[in-house]
Ligand binder design. Sequence first.
Ligand SMILES: CC(C)(COP(=O)(O)OP(=O)(O)OC[C@H]1O[C@@H](n2cnc3c(N)ncnc32)[C@H](O)[C@@H]1OP(=O)(O)O)[C@@H](O)C(=O)NCCC(=O)NCCS
Length: 154
Amino acid sequence: MPAPPPPQLPAPTLCPLVPADAPACLALDRAALGGLWSLEQWQRELEEEGRPGLGLLRGSDLLAMASGWLVVDELHITLVAVAPDQRRRGLGRRVLQALMAFARERGASRATLEVAAGNGPGIALYGALGFRTAGIRHGYYRNGEDALIQWVSL
Ligand SMILES: CC(C)(COP(=O)(O)OP(=O)(O)OC[C@H]1O[C@@H](n2cnc3c(N)ncnc32)[C@H](O)[C@@H]1OP(=O)(O)O)[C@@H](O)C(=O)NCCC(=O)NCCS
C-alpha cells in the first residue's frame, strides 16, 4: 500500500508586525541577513508611525517579513527576509506584494529599494515584481559591493 501523503501544513497568516514582534524579527533578520538591525533598532522600527512591517506567521513562527518607510508618496523598502528553510515557496513574493499594496492604499505611488549587485535571489524576486534598476551606488556595502537602486510604480 502506498504511504499516505504527508499532512498539509496550514498556509502562513499575514499579520502587521508590532513592537512585541521585535525578538522574532531580530531572529529572522539574523538567520536571513546576518543581522542588519539590533533589538533596539527593531523595537524603534516597529514603534514608529509610517514604518510599516508585515509578517507571515505559522502559529508563533515568523517565516517571512517585509518592512519599509512611507516617505510622502514613496515606499522605501528597507528589508525583505524569508527563513532559510522556507524559501522558494512564494513567501517572499507574498509578503512583499502585501507591503506594496498596503503602501498603495496609503497613497504611495512608487516604491524603491537597494539590493546588493550580487544578491541573485533578491534581484530575481524584485524583478518578478516589476522593479527595474535606475542607478548604482558603487561600494555601498561594508564589503565593498555595489548596490542597485531599483524602482517600481505602484
Ligand atoms: C530574496 C528572498 C526574500 C526570496 O524569498 P523567497 O520566498 O525564496 O522567494 P519566492 O519563493 O517568493 O520567489 C518569488 C520569485 O522570486 C524569484 N526568486 C526567488 N528566489 C530565487 C532564487 N534563489 N533563484 C532564482 N529566482 C528566485 C523567482 O522569480 C520566484 O518566482 P518562481 O518561484 O515562480 O520562479 C529570500 O531568498 C531571502 O530571504 N534571502 C535573504 C535575504 C535577502 O537577500 N533579502 C533581500 C535583500 S533585503
